[in-house]
Design a protein around this ligand. Structure first.
Ligand code: HEC
Length: 181
């Protein structure tokens, strides 16, 4: 009996040890930015729980994108947006979820005319992370783009982010979206 207890104790601690060693290893590889989860150039990863973050606003791009977007922020970013604090504080993260912009046959059938457009298939998720030291050369923001949870590996695409956002006046802290009440 005593032996069995000892055995399960040893077994449980081995198991716990092995799992934490695994998660440490996983954490190390994400922060290096050289895997499918981290975007090139900035090493930005998809922030855990971002889908449940606060609502900032929506946007619709016509033309080639033809999408509809929801912009969400983590708690730090939401507080800054609500209070109009600029520049954004360290640790602010803003995500932009884009979906195909599609007519809704089901809704239109009920309205009796073509007027309803809704979010179709997800296209991509873009992320902006504020870290003034790490991203000093790009206005304090790191950029990433994800499709189906995987980082877009294109350096060209990732370099286009700052190149466009930096066209905004510096006072905007390179963020286009404003908080919709
Ligand atoms: C040609 C210009 C352009 C490029 C390139 C661009 N953006 Fe943006 N971005 C915008 C505009 C305009 C908005 C606001 C309207 C919208 O969302 O359509 C925006 C909004 C955002 C937002 C919501 C917060 C904000 O700043 O308003 C995020 C997050 C974002 N972009 C990330 C990225 C990332 C990541 C990339 C690169 C993969 C990127 N953007 C490339 C123009 C651009």
């Amino acid at each position: 009996m005593k032996n069995r207890k000892l055995f399960s104790l040893v077994f449980v601690s081995f198991f716990v040890g092995a799992t934490s060693a695994l998660s440490v290893a996983a954490g190390a590889s994400t922060s290096e930015g050289s895997n499918a989860e981290a975007s090139p150039v900035f090493g930005v990863t998809l922030p855990p729980g971002y889908r449940d973050w606060g609502f900032v606003s929506v946007a619709h791009e016509a033309g080639n994108n033809n999408d509809i977007r929801a912009i969400l922020g983590n708690d730090v970013a939401m507080k800054a947006l609500r209070e109009g604090t600029l520049p954004f504080p360290e640790g602010s993260i803003i995500v932009r979820l884009a979906y195909a912009y599609v007519p809704s046959e089901r809704n239109n059938a009920i309205f009796g005319r073509e007027q309803s457009f809704v979010a179709g298939t997800p296209t991509n998720v873009q992320v902006e992370v504020k870290d003034s030291k790490r991203y000093a050369s790009t206005g304090g923001w790191g950029y990433g783009q994800f499709e189906n949870g995987k980082a877009n590996p294109s350096v060209k695409i990732i370099n286009s982010c700052f190149a466009c956002h930096t066209k905004l006046p510096a006072a905007s802290d390179l963020i286009f979206t404003t908080y919709s009440k």
